[in-house]
Design a protein around this ligand. Structure first.
Ligand SMILES: NC(=O)C1=CN([C@@H]2O[C@H](COP(=O)(O)OP(=O)(O)OC[C@H]3O[C@@H](n4cnc5c(N)ncnc54)[C@H](O)[C@@H]3O)[C@@H](O)[C@H]2O)C=CC1
Ligand SMILES: CCC(=O)/C=C/C=C\C[C@@H](O)/C=C/C=C/C=C\[C@@H](O)CCCC(=O)O
Length: 263
């Protein structure tokens, strides 16, 4: 895919990986709408990106991806509509927004944001991108985790949500709606990257914060820019559909095949 001139939508773009994805897309010549629940950080990031890339190429919208209805303010439905009205089309969608949280009542919000937000964003993307619905085709990249390729006794809810994103994306990639509409669906599984999510690991979002912190300390972390390089490969390479791309500091990018072995 030639990214120059294309239109992208990124959720959770105010900081961390989502900001890196947004900047990589802008750097490649795309127009980008990014959303975030954190208005202050979103506006701050928007100011920086607007001055670097121009107000005609980047917009920020406050949006909580777990908000499924228009009544509650800026929903994902509103975000997609606004992006299309502003830029005329949508070609690339990155469902990135995600949070951690294991203890009640936090875990319900984690499922709402990470799973429902990604499902809603994927369904809307299929609606807006599919050539069978007036779109131009394109690509959806959903953000799972390297952790979803393993187990983590200390973050079972979070990893359940990341595993759900993995299965959702691989399944939609073979779904008639996507295939007949020229839409590719890929999933990125980053290992640790230097972001707030990792820096703010607490008792609230893991069953043993000391074990979690030790694991992070002993696992070399990527920069968000490293992760964005893997993200852009899934966007640009039109041979990639249903791809599961793991990226880590130690081993770089690795495409994964997922088989179930029977004992
Ligand atoms: N940092 C890491 O090591 C890894 C991160 N990931 C995934 O990457 C994605 C981004 O994570 P990070 O950049 O590390 O986190 P982060 O916490 O640094 O950034 C997440 C962004 O999403 C926004 N956000 C949170 N809830 C939202 C909601 N309901 N609606 C809209 N925006 C919302 C936050 O305000 C923030 O700007 C997440 O899905 C996470 O699970 C996956 C593997 C590794
Ligand atoms: C508990 C959720 C939370 O609040 C903090 C999450 C922190 C980072 C995001 C997480 O998605 C990162 C996971 C990284 C895992 C890294 C390595 C292994 O667990 C996977 C190894 C799988 C493989 O190499 O095959």
């Amino acid at each position: 895919m030639q990214v120059e001139g294309k239109v992208a939508l990124v959720t959770g773009g105010a900081e961390g990986l989502g900001r890196a994805f947004t900047e990589a897309l802008l750097e490649a010549g795309a127009k980008v709408c990014f959303c975030d629940v954190n208005t202050e950080q979103g506006e701050s990031t928007y100011t920086v990106l607007k001055s670097k890339y121009g107000s005609d190429r980047v917009i920020f919208q406050k949006c909580d991806v777990s908000n499924q209805t228009e009544m509650e303010g800026k929903s994902l439905n509103y975000l997609f509509r606004c992006t299309k009205e502003t830029f005329g089309n949508i070609d690339i969608v990155c469902n990135n927004a995600g949070i951690g949280g294991e203890k009640p009542p936090l875990w319900g919000k984690v499922v709402d944001v990470n799973v429902k937000g990604c499902i809603c964003g994927t369904l809307l993307a299929l609606d807006y991108l599919s050539t069978e619905k007036g779109g131009s085709g394109g690509v959806i990249v959903n953000i799972s985790s390297a952790g979803a390729l393993n187990i983590n006794p200390y973050g079972p809810v979070y990893l359940a949500t990341k595993s759900a994103i993995l299965s959702l994306s691989r399944s939609f990639a073979q779904n008639p709606l996507a295939c007949s509409g020229g839409v590719r669906v890929n999933v990125l599984c980053p290992s640790f990257a230097e972001t707030s999510l990792v820096r703010n690991i607490s008792e609230q979002n893991t069953y043993d914060v000391n074990v979690a912190r030790k694991f992070v300390e002993h696992t070399p972390s990527m920069s968000p820019k490293d992760v964005a390089e893997a993200f852009m490969e899934l966007v640009v390479d039109e041979s990639k559909n249903g791809a599961v791309l793991k990226c880590s500091k130690e081993k770089g990018k690795q495409y994964c095949t997922i088989n179930v072995t029977y004992s």
